[in-house]
Design a protein. Structure first.
Ligand SMILES: [Zn+2]
Length: 102
């Protein structure tokens, strides 16, 4: 039988116990602003393509978006939702912080 553990505190989560799945989806935000490129635009694009050619496609994909899944016990879930990164600040709520992604 598969055994679950809290990803945060390591506590065993036996079958039937209260546990939470936390899915974290992060993706590169685009605010519509492109940095001005000094110099030949075409040269810049070719340079970028060269760089990307040498990169693992998986790495490029992970740079853009990432999905992580954690299993948490009740008390870690409460801690996580009130302060995900333990900064002492409340989490952002809603869509306000996103850029132009729809
Ligand atoms: Zn826990």
């Amino acid at each position: 039988m598969e055994k679950f553990r809290c990803h945060s505190c390591g506590k065993d989560l036996p079958k039937g116990s209260l546990k939470y799945i936390v899915e974290i989806r992060s993706f590169a935000d685009f605010d519509g602003y492109l940095e001005e490129y000094d110099g030949d635009m075409e040269e810049g694009i070719n340079e970028l393509l060269d760089t990307m050619e040498n990169m693992d496609p998986k790495t490029i994909e992970e740079d853009v978006s990432k999905e992580l899944i954690y299993i948490l016990c009740k008390s870690c879930m409460d801690k996580f939702t009130s302060d995900p990164f333990q900064t002492g600040k409340a989490a952002f709520v809603g869509e306000d912080v996103k850029g132009t992604i729809h």
